[in-house]
Write a protein that binds this ligand. Structure first.
Ligand SMILES: Nc1ncnc2c1ncn2[C@@H]1O[C@H](COP(=O)(O)OP(=O)(O)OP(=O)(O)O)[C@@H](O)[C@H]1O
Length: 278
C-alpha cells in the first residue's frame, strides 16, 4: 500500500471533487445513534484519507463500511475501534466523545469494543480455549475456573464447543475466523468490529460466517461494524452502510445497500452494488 504525499492529496481533492456532494450531506444521522461521527477526518500524519464523515450507526444494526480498494475503509475502522485518533471531528459512543475523553475513560471504552481481524490473529501455540481466554486473563480478575467456563461458552456460541483443545493449525480457515469472533466476544463487547471477515474463505464458509454474524446480532443484540466488499455478504447481513469514495476522499452516501442499489442517485454507488449482475 502506498501513502500519498500530503501536497498531492490536496491537489487531487480540489481537482476531482464534484461541485456538489450528493445525498451524504442531506442524510441526517439518527439521534439515538450508538456511534455518531461528526465531520470526522481520518488519515496518517498530515495525509488525509477520508474527510467530512458524518453518519450514525444505530444500536443493534449490522453496519457495513464499503467502497473501492484503498478508499480508507480499514483506516476508518481503526479510528472507530479506538486505535487511530481522527485528524478532525468527533466520534461519539452513546453521545460521549471518545477521543476527547481522558485516557482512563478511553481504555475502559475500548474494552467494550471487540475486534475481529482479517486473519483471525490467533496464537498458534495456544489451544482455541486458551486463545479465547487470553483477553479475560489480561483484562479481568476472574478466577481460572470462571475464565474456563466463559471461554468454552464463547466457543459454543460460534459452534466450536467440541474443539476447545484443538490448536489453530488443526482447524479450517473458516473455523479459525469463528474462533476470532469468539475471542472478540470474550469481554462481552457492545460493539463488534470485523475487518474483511470473508477474506480468504470459500463461498460456503463465507456464508456460514454471515449466518453467525446474524445469529449473534439476534441473540446478543451487539452492534456490528463490518468492513467488506463481498457483495453477497453485504446483501445478506447489512442493515445500513456508508460508501467511501477514494477519488473525492469522502463518503458519498449512507443507507441500506439494497435500497442504494435500486434507488441511489449516484451511479458509482449503484454500479458498485450491481457488480457481476447480482
Ligand atoms: N499505516 C499506514 N500509514 C500510512 N498510510 C496508510 C497506512 N495504512 C493505510 N494507508 C493508506 O491509506 C489508504 C487507505 O488504506 P485502507 O487500507 O484504509 O483502505 P481500504 O479501503 O481498507 O483498502 P482495501 O479494500 O484495499 O483493503 C491507502 O492509500 C493506504 O496506502
Amino acid at each position: 500500500m502506498s501513502t500519498p504525499a500530503a501536497e498531492d492529496t490536496t491537489d487531487r481533492m480540489s481537482a476531482e471533487a464534484p461541485t456538489t456532494l450528493p445525498s451524504a450531506a442531506a442524510t441526517s444521522p439518527p439521534a439515538d445513534a450508538h456511534i455518531l461521527l461528526d465531520t470526522v477526518s481520518v488519515g496518517y500524519g498530515e495525509t488525509v484519507i477520508q474527510h467530512d464523515l458524518s453518519f450514525g450507526v444505530r444500536r443493534g444494526d449490522v453496519f457495513i463500511i464499503m467502497g473501492g480498494s484503498g478508499s480508507g475503509k480499514s483506516t476508518l475502522m481503526r479510528s472507530l475501534s479506538g486505535l487511530l485518533a481522527p485528524q478532525a471531528g468527533r466520534i461519539l459512543f452513546d453521545g460521549e466523545s471518545f477521543w476527547d475523553a481522558p485516557l482512563r475513560e478511553r481504555t475502559r471504552r475500548m474494552r467494550r469494543n471487540g475486534v475481529m481481524y482479517q486473519s483471525g490473529a490467533l496464537w498458534s501455540s495456544m489451544t482455541l480455549e486458551e486463545n479465547v481466554a487470553l483477553p479475560l486473563e489480561q483484562y479481568t480478575d476472574l478466577r481460572r475456573s470462571q475464565i474456563h467456563d466463559i471461554a468454552v461458552y464463547k466457543l459454543a456460541l460460534v459452534g466450536l464447543a467440541a474443539y476447545c483443545d484443538y490448536y489453530p493449525s488443526e482447524i479450517s480457515g473458516g473455523m479459525r475466523k469463528r474462533v476470532g469472533v469468539a475471542r472478540a466476544m470474550a469481554l462481552d463487547p457492545d460493539i463488534l468490529f470485523f475487518d474483511e471477515p470473508s477474506a480468504g474463505l470459500d463461498p460456503l464458509s463465507a456464508r456460514l460466517l454471515d449466518d453467525l454474524i446474524l445469529e449473534l446480532r439476534e441473540s446478543l443484540g451487539t452492534t456490528m461494524v463490518v468492513v467488506t466488499h463481498d457483495l453477497a455478504s453485504i446483501f445478506a447481513i447489512a442493515d445500513d452502510s456508508v460508501f467511501l469514495d477514494a477519488a473525492t476522499q469522502t463518503m458519498l452516501t449512507t443507507g441500506n445497500p439494497r435500497d442504494l442499489r435500486e434507488h441511489c442517485e449516484i451511479k458509482l454507488v449503484r454500479d458498485f452494488l450491481s457488480r457481476g449482475g447480482e
